[in-house]
Design a protein around this ligand. Structure first.
Ligand code: E4P
Length: 221
């Protein structure tokens, strides 16, 4: 499973990259706003800065909601760097735009997906990635992981090339659940990735090892 980080924060992206496990980045307009990035030029420069850190795909979301505007904006974003994936919302104009980009060889990420039917449509349109939001479904007491399993089954039935990018991941248990089901990619915050490495028995075991080593050294003196 590939690990993407879901942020526009350059320090977090750098830290995940330095850990050696980062395969890509996803952003969205809210995450860009959180970093105070606005205005065409600043947005473009920020995407370029992200692309300079990571080796993999970087999702950049269109703000437009009409077909013509999405095409124009998406083509401009894709021209910034070969790592850019144009992120398009699951709306009627978005499905049309995904078909257009796919025929042009421009990578896409169909975002705001909350049902298997939407995921099927995104795959039919030729999306590179589909992003089901598992955390937001959990928030309304619907199992996000069950949706990932449903999409996995459908995509496997027909050998769709579209990759399942489990999004809105909130914690390390989400990551494990996605890995068990066979999501192709997960995107989450740095805290969820770092959560995977934590275990109290690791901490107490290491403290014991170091204490024993220190005592042995002291006895030698
Ligand atoms: C998807 O790519 C989105 O950026 C994202 O995962 C949304 O997650 P949230 O529900 O934590 O905002």
């Amino acid at each position: 499973m590939q690990f993407f980080i879901d942020t526009a924060n350059l320090a977090d992206i750098q830290e995940a990259h330095d850990l050696g496990v980062l395969d890509g980045v996803t952003t969205n307009p809210s995450l860009m706003a959180k970093e105070g990035i606005s205005g065409d030029e600043r947005v473009r420069n920020h995407y370029k800065a992200i692309c300079a850190i990571v080796d993999g795909d970087v999702s950049a979301e269109v703000i437009s909601t009409t077909y013509e505007e999405m095409i124009k904006e998406g083509e401009e974003l894709a021209a910034l760097d070969s790592k850019i994936v144009v992120k398009v919302p699951m709306i009627q104009a978005g499905v049309k735009a995904i078909r257009y980009f796919s025929q042009k060889g421009i990578k896409t990420n169909c975002t705001l997906v909350f049902s298997a039917g939407q995921a099927l449509l995104a795959a039919k349109a030729g999306a590179t990635y589909v992003s089901p939001f598992i955390g937001r479904l959990d928030d309304i007491s619907v199992s996000g992981l069950a949706l990932i399993a449903e999409i996995r089954e459908i995509y496997d039935n027909y050998a769709f090339d579209t990759k399942i990018l489990a999004a809105s991941v909130r914690h390390s248990a989400h990551i494990l659940g996605c890995a068990k089901i066979g999501a192709d990619v997960m995107t989450g915050p740095l805290s969820a990735i770092l959560g995977l490495l934590k275990h109290p028995l690791t901490d107490s075991g290491l403290a014991q090892f170091l204490a024993d080593h220190k005592r042995a050294l002291e006895q030698k003196m």
